[in-house]
Design a protein around this ligand. Structure first.
Ligand code: SAH
Length: 251
């Protein structure tokens, strides 16, 4: 079957870099979103800004599935670290995703998705393997140090970024409070980072049998300062990360 890869990014800055990789780029606009389709290294690809939050991201991926017949989905974006080991600039591949604000108790368990009888969604094993190999190559070659200025890397203390894979939690909430972060860590200790789209995209892909992988760069540590770090990280760092990650996935 012919592959058509959907790429979603959670920031317009990230999307711009990935769109620049497309050959024969065509635009399609619907529902306040612009879908850019073309090829990367000969593979049909559609790139779109997810917009923020679970509803927005779920709607966007539905369009990729129904209008563009995507066969695979790659999501790149930023996230706030919850696990104390993670540093700004590290990259997380989500093995499993949970919607941390889903709570239909007492009808079902906390976090359980109604009607699906499950709590976690799993990224596709072969897409995880491909992403892991690509990101390891990127980190080993220190490619990020060549495309991001030393000043910008110093500003965020990014010295030797690491790749993690594990649990990621999504919900309609920007974490910017240390107390809230600590409570969350106690409640879901396996979660590496929080964001606002991944598990919603995962649910829609699961329901349609589309293999997916969610990749997140740590932009902040989800504490009282996260809203300050965040815009500067997006401007200086995250767009470069996404573009390089996608380039390596195709090479
Ligand atoms: N740029 C916007 C905010 C975007 S929402 C602004 O400055 O107004 C935040 C985005 O970053 C979402 O895509 C979310 O998935 C991710 N994110 C990064 N850090 C996060 C955190 N601490 N908590 C929740 N989501 C976070």
């Amino acid at each position: 079957m012919k592959k058509i890869i959907g790429i979603m990014g959670a920031m317009t800055e990230e999307i711009d870099g990935v769109v620049s990789l497309l050959s024969n780029c065509k635009k399609f606009s619907a529902g306040m979103r612009t879908y850019y389709s073309g090829t990367i290294d000969g593979t049909e690809t559609v790139v779109v800004f997810s917009r923020w939050g679970k509803v927005a991201a779920a709607t966007t991926v539905s369009t990729l599935i129904h209008e563009f017949n995507i066969t695979d989905l790659i999501f790149t974006g930023v996230a706030g670290a919850i696990h104390p080991e993670l540093r700004i600039g590290d990259i997380v591949i989500a093995k499993r995703l949970i919607q941390h604000d889903m709570d239909a108790r007492p009808l079902m368990n906390q976090y359980e998705i109604p009607l699906l009888n499950q709590t976690w969604f799993e990224s596709d094993v072969s897409l995880i393997a491909k992403a892991t190999d690509s990101i390891n190559r990127l980190l080993e070659a220190k490619t990020l140090h060549t495309v991001i200025s030393d000043n910008a890397l110093d500003e965020f203390g990014i010295i030797s970024p690491k790749l993690y894979s594990g649990d990621v939690a999504s919900g309609d909430q920007f974490f910017s409070n240390t107390g809230q972060k600590n409570t969350f860590h106690r409640q879901l200790p396996s979660v590496l980072c929080v964001e606002m789209e991944g598990a919603a995209v995962a649910q829609v892909c699961y329901e349609h049998g589309i293999p997916f992988v969610i990749i997140r760069t740590i932009s902040d540590i989800a504490d009282d300062k996260s809203h300050i770090d965040f815009p500067r990280f997006i401007e200086k760092i995250s767009s470069r990360y996404s573009t390089e990650i996608i380039k390596h996935v195709y090479s």
